[in-house]
Write a protein of this length. Structure first.
Length: 143
């Protein structure tokens, strides 16, 4: 259960045969993201467990389990910005209930990222997914 934008990325990944092309594609996705306002880059929004600097700022539209989940994110590393863009496509627009139900390892596994990222980048990707899930689960508990 992934958002349509993620399905589009998965289709593009299937089209690109070479991992160098896929890597460049992920970087391009990151370049298309708007930069995060410097005021939002704080310890409260920083994702721990990433080798690079990473910030995720959630926005919930509505209330309860059916609130729509959105987030802004940024990183000081271009490939990580791209990974944030991939996660944005996976989760944005879903309800917090749906976000909590997404099997991120399986969805991201469709892209084959784990086999082509360094251990540190893979750990950082898992940390970002963990942060997003924690935000959704906190919202669900408040519902």
């Amino acid at each position: 259960m992934a958002a349509q934008d993620f399905e589009d990325i998965a289709a593009d990944f299937d089209f690109l045969d070479d991992w160098e092309d896929r890597y460049r594609y992920v970087i391009e996705l990151g370049k298309k993201m708007p930069p995060l306002d410097e005021a939002l880059k704080s310890p409260a929004t920083k994702v721990e467990g990433c080798a690079s600097q990473v910030w995720i700022v959630p926005r919930l539209e509505g209330e309860g389990a059916d609130a729509r989940f959105e987030f802004d994110g940024d990183s000081d590393a271009m490939i990580v910005r791209g990974l944030i863009a991939v996660l944005h496509s996976l989760y944005s627009g879903l309800t917090v209930r749906e976000v909590a139900a997404v099997d991120a390892p399986a969805e991201l596994g469709r892209l084959g990222l784990e086999g082509h990222l360094s251990t540190q980048r893979s750990n950082g990707l898992r940390a970002m997914v963990g942060r997003i899930r924690a935000i959704a689960e906190t919202a669900l508990q408040r519902a």
